[in-house]
Design a binder for this molecule. Structure first.
Ligand code: GCV
Length: 709
């Protein structure tokens, strides 16, 4: 990076987006920490833009407020306009469907006469209502419109940070981080909290309400956050609390041994359970609203219950028991597979592992255990089928994990707007057309064999919500690539409202981030950003591993192409290319049987060569290079065509960006420009390695005679 900006970039909350609020007479009514935060925000906006901010009641002899934030249960003297608030029964149909946390964050927004009102039952609703009004901009104050009820789809919308306190010699400070150092830790200690506050504010503004502040790979130093370094964690929690975000910790399953000095971490041992109970009680004494634990167990070298001959349900339940009466949860990760596989062994299939380990345990987890499942069965590839675990555990709370940090999608050097991928995942219907979506499962809405669909949050088990691995760090632009901020924003917005289209979320983000008073974002800039970003995930897919086969990356750091890099390793990520064909046979008829982990119709669709979607063909089937795809092309010609096209698209992106230099702050323009140069180089490298590899293997020339090395 050669063009550091002078200060921290405001991301999607530049001061000017508060001008619509800050130029009004604002009344904030109600009590509680988050109401105070709303008032502070409103008062700061008014100080900047000439409006008035009143707390509790409007002063006598002043015109009445024209923007009101109020708790429904609060008495409202001086707030006469609120008599027009809609009665609960008149609220939109989405209201009342759920219970618990989602209702705590819901709010109603209305405009009646010349007053815009945000009304909520709980302070968190007012906070989310504030940022809703910010997003609406001037339209929040135009005309009259009926009350709408806004409620989050899922109760927990969480960001996990894979941050280490001490710099890890292999993984650095932030594992798979591409945006500088940690926002929370520096030089082995908690950092100044100013940046954390700014981060929490950004996250609240897009709907995030929970986070972990340390890596799921819990190393020696970080293990101590749970015990003797709890004060540092509590200081961070206090900052997050002011923005409605609960703090969770990643903990090591071996903590009773490594921290507690016990001889075992066996979850069945009463001393171990007592240790977790006492340790957890201390955490709650220090952080009363602590969210709970995140555990990566028996995974990539992390300790777990297998070491004691116990199941993952027994392991998770021991921790859940300690958290239960404090209101905490355990996020137990389902990313469990054999990472010491013999590549010669064709019977082991990493894609099967999570289902094989966890589906038999359905119904055995305590209610406050959330099984955290990566969206695909392998590992955050640019294209994978949706994990079959999501449909396999009706008696378990499931959270779906997405990767905002771009480990496998260009590492924030490549522009890759991920909302279209996430949206496909969230809208996927694991039981076929008409049944619940993945987003609904995460929200707790399940198919109930007896009674058909049940309402969100009211099912036999609740939902686990959505979890994203954060892409933020102490980079002045937060995310390394300034346009990767859109992924962080989109994660929060889709977690709150998964039905939003990726294009509309991007449009919101552009509208806030590039806002320019008085008229907003110049149309040419808005159009250019859409032209660059809307399709950038598919562009990335085109020039990297083809047709869902995945993992053709350089081992270790995972940046750039290396077709055979993992082919003869123990990691279970193979493509099996030879002179005749490529792909993994995961069918039940002749392959690993992975297709049978899906319920109908998907088990049949994926099993059948002629029904399997092209983009997942090589994930499920080993086919010859001459195999004809649904789009009429052969596999080999498709590989050539998409790789040439992908690079051309990146070159076009770079040209588009050059054309808006006059509309973007010069340092930001330069930073994105540098990244686009690297993307053009990197995409060309991908194209040439992939095309050369498959040309050499297959001996099939490109039908269009282009240059292949
Ligand atoms: C935190 C992948 C990444 C690891 C990561 C792991 C996980 O394997 O490469 O860095 O570890 O996923 O999700 O636990």
């Amino acid at each position: 990076v050669t063009t550091p900006p002078p200060e921290i970039h405001p991301a999607w909350l530049p001061p000017q987006v508060f001008r619509h609020i800050g130029s009004r007479r604002c009344l904030v009514h109600g009590a509680g920490t988050l109401v105070e935060t709303v008032f502070e925000e409103v008062a700061a906006a008014c100080a900047d833009h000439g409006g008035s901010a009143w707390r509790g009641r409007s002063p006598a002899r002043q015109p009445p407020a024209d923007l009101v934030f109020a708790l429904r249960e609060a008495d409202r003297p001086g707030c006469a306009r609120l008599r027009h608030e809609p009665a609960p029964a008149a609220l939109s149909t989405a209201d009342g469907a759920g219970a618990g946390a989602v209702e705590d964050e819901s709010f109603t927004v209305s405009r009646d006469g010349a007053v815009t009102t945000v009304l909520a039952e709980h302070p968190a609703g007012l906070l989310h209502g504030l940022f809703h009004v910010v997003r609406l901009g001037e339209s929040a104050f135009a005309g009259a419109w009926p009350a709408t009820r806004q409620r989050p789809a899922a109760g927990r919308r969480m960001l996990d940070h894979w941050d280490n306190v001490a710099v890890d010699p292999v993984m650095g400070q932030v594992e798979r981080g591409y945006a500088g150092g940690s926002l929370f830790w520096r030089d082995g200690a908690a950092r100044d909290l100013g940046r954390v506050r700014a981060y929490a504010r950004l996250l609240a503004a897009c709907g995030v309400n929970a986070m972990t502040v340390n890596n799921v790979n819990v190393h020696r130093t970080e293990a101590h956050l749970l015990t003797d370094r709890l004060d540092e964690v509590a200081a961070i929690a206090a900052v997050l609390r002011r923005y409605g975000i609960r703090l969770h910790l990643s903990v090591s399953f071996a903590a009773p041994v490594t921290l507690g000095g016990l001889a075992t971490a066996d979850p069945a041992d009463p001393r171990v359970r007592a240790w977790w109970a006492a340790t957890t009680a201390r955490v709650y004494q220090t952080i009363p609203d602590f969210g709970g634990y995140v555990v990566k167990a028996d995974s990539e070298g992390q300790p777990g219950p297998f070491g004691y001959g116990r199941s993952h349900a027994e392991g998770a339940n021991a921790l859940a028991e300690a958290l239960e009466h404090h209101g905490g949860v355990v996020h137990w990760r389902a990313f469990v597979y054999n990472h010491r596989q013999d590549w010669r062994d064709r019977s082991t299939d990493r894609a099967r592992a999570a289902f094989d380990h966890f589906a038999p345990l359905d119904g055995e987890f305590r209610e406050n255990v959330i099984l955290q499942v990566k969206y695909g069965p392998i590992d955050f590839q640019v294209r994978e089928p949706v994990s079959p675990v999501i449909a396999a555990m009706p008696g378990t709370r499931v959270a779906v994990e997405l990767q905002v940090t771009q480990e496998y999608t260009g590492q924030q050097r490549h522009l890759c707007y991920l909302a279209p991928l996430w949206s496909e995942v969230l809208q996927f219907r694991p039981w076929g057309p008409g049944a619940s979506t993945v987003a609904e499962v995460a929200a707790g809405r399940r198919p109930d064999p007896g009674a058909g669909e049940v309402a969100a949050g009211a099912g036999p088990v609740g939902g686990g919500g959505l979890v994203g691995v954060s892409n933020a760090g102490d980079d002045p632009y937060w995310t390394g690539h300034p346009l990767a901020q859109a992924n962080l924003y989109a994660f929060g917005r889709l977690a709150w409202a998964p039905e939003l289209t990726p294009g509309s979320v991007l449009d919101e983000w552009i509208g806030l981030t590039f806002d320019r008073p008085p008229g907003g974002v110049p149309a040419r800039l808005r159009d250019t950003l859409h032209a660059m970003m809307d399709g950038s995930w598919r562009t990335y897919e085109r020039y990297t591993a083809p047709l869902g086969v995945g993992f053709m990356v350089r081992p270790g750091h995972h940046y750039g192409p290396d077709v055979d890099g993992y082919e003869y390793t123990p990691w279970g990520t193979y493509h099996f290319a030879d002179r005749d064909g490529v792909g993994v046979d995961r069918t039940s008829a002749t392959g690993t049987g992975f297709t049978a982990q899906y319920p109908p119709p998907w088990c049949e669709v994926y099993e059948a060569l002629d029904r399997c979607p092209d983009e997942l063909l090589l994930f499920f089937h080993h086919v010859g290079y001459g195999h004809t795809l649904g789009n009429g092309s052969t596999v080999i010609q498709h590989i050539y065509d998409t790789h040439f096209a992908g690079v051309e698209e990146v070159v076009r992106m770079r040209g588009l960006w050059a054309g808006v230099a006059d509309l973007v702050e010069p340092r930001l323009h330069a930073r994105v420009g540098e990244r686009l140069d690297e993307q053009v180089r990197g995409a060309g490298e991908w194209r040439d390695q992939i095309n050369a590899y498959f040309h050499r293997k297959s001996g099939v020339p490109d039908a269009r005679g282009r240059r292949i090395f």
